[in-house]
Design a protein around this ligand. Structure first.
Ligand code: ZN
Length: 389
């Protein structure tokens, strides 16, 4: 049990100063001046001068490591708790990437279960970059229906030289299966779509939305900010109700004029200025994903790796540089991903929801992180570590 006293609550909407009482992994009460009998032995956290938000949801992490473009020596490592909780992440969605052979669904599900046993909430997607997708049971619908951890399909790569160059028919079939699997199991059945730098941009998604009965809400296109022309397409997609996922990066420089990429804070500012709903964006890290840099001929010329630490960095840029209120910016890593992924107990500070909280200073430095009611990080120090960390 925890009693957090006198903390400014962003639920994500701003609720003012509240006390929060958690027990059994849930937020039980959130009110003014809560008194909890001493015999209950609740641990008390003084929230004076601090703010509380929902724990962060990183909706796109290659938890097994990803990539390997450039050779086996370029394979990136698996995620550990120390890559997540110190940066506020209490819920992670894992997926395979370019390599769906040497990393497979059985390992992905095992890794997802492992993160859950270590105290955070974890889910995963079935499938990989390529169509036909890799699955555990041989069937997308069966994977989503029968395996607790699986909530959708992805990331399916389109407009990328590493994709399987799927046809419209193949791509629509995967989306249709994801939709039915989601409906039959009460899950999102969302299709996470990796967008490359190819000239067709979001064309396959647009065609499925225009030519089939599959709704725009079935898709979560990611890396929408990797190119300026691609971002214009993403804005049009959001204009008709689609949710778009920005890929954050710790090295993004808000003040720099990039030739191609759009930094998330500027992109989100643009959405708001165009009157697009602030429910329709998410930010993810592409954590542990290799980020190969290619020359004009497609040769790998360098490599870096995504990290969940970028989430709070992008939120700081939104708030302190792009003048976006915290209660809007923070939606991108809390209530918005919770909605599109149908994680009904996540993404909000509200009585009855899971006790996942991030406690920060006013300048948005993370102090304390609570996952399912357990203190994972206190004053920046990990109290709960993975077994081999
Ligand atoms: Zn990707």
């Amino acid at each position: 049990m925890l009693l957090i006293k006198s903390i400014e609550v962003y639920a994500p909407e701003y609720l003012g100063r509240k006390d929060i009482f958690t027990a059994g992994g849930k937020i039980c009460r959130m009110a003014d001046n809560l008194e909890v009998p001493e015999y209950l032995g609740a641990e008390v956290i003084d929230g004076t001068g601090l703010i509380a938000t929902p724990g962060f949801i990183d909706n796109h992490v290659h938890v097994l490591g990803g990539g390997g473009e450039g050779g086996f020596g370029m394979r990136t490592p698996e995620v550990t708790l120390s890559d997540l909780t110190p940066y506020g992440v209490t819920t992670v969605v894992g997926l395979l990437g370019t390599d769906g052979i040497a990393r497979d669904m059985a390992s992905l599900i095992a890794k997802t279960k492992s993160l859950k046993e270590q105290g955070i909430s974890a889910y995963c997607m079935t499938g990989s970059y390529q169509i036909p997708v890799r699955t555990l049971t041989g069937d997308v619908i069966k994977d989503i229906m029968m395996i607790d951890e699986i909530i959708g399909v992805g990331e399916i790569a389109i407009s990328d030289h590493r994709s399987s160059q799927p046809s419209f028919r193949e791509f629509a079939q995967v989306a249709a299966d994801a939709r039915v699997g989601g409906m039959l199991s009460g899950k999102a059945g969302v299709v996470d779509v990796h967008l490359g730098t190819g000239r067709k941009r979001m064309e396959l998604i647009e065609r499925v939305v225009n030519e089939t009965e599959i709704p725009v809400t079935q898709f979560l296109p990611t890396h929408v900010n990797r190119g300026k022309k691609l971002f214009e397409k993403a804005l049009a997609f959001a204009q008709v109700g689609g949710t778009i996922d920005f890929t954050g990066n710790e090295n993004n420089d808000y003040d720099k004029e990039y030739k191609s990429k759009v930094v998330p804070a500027k992109g989100i500012r643009r959405m708001i200025d165009e009157g697009i709903s602030d429910e329709l964006f998410t930010i993810s890290s592409d954590g542990q994903g290799s980020m190969p840099r290619f020359d004009a001929d497609g040769n790998v010329i360098g490599m870096s790796m995504g990290k969940s630490s970028c989430l709070i960095k992008e939120i700081r840029d939104c708030v302190f540089k792009a003048d976006i209120p915290l209660e809007i910016a923070i939606k991108g890593i809390t209530s918005n991903p919770a909605r599109i992924l149908c994680l009904s107990n996540k993404g909000r500070l509200k009585e009855g929801k899971d006790a996942d909280l991030c406690i920060m200073t006013k300048d948005l430095n993370i102090d304390t992180v609570i996952a399912m009611g357990k203190i994972m990080v206190r004053h920046g120090e990990m109290l709960v570590k993975g077994l081999f960390e």
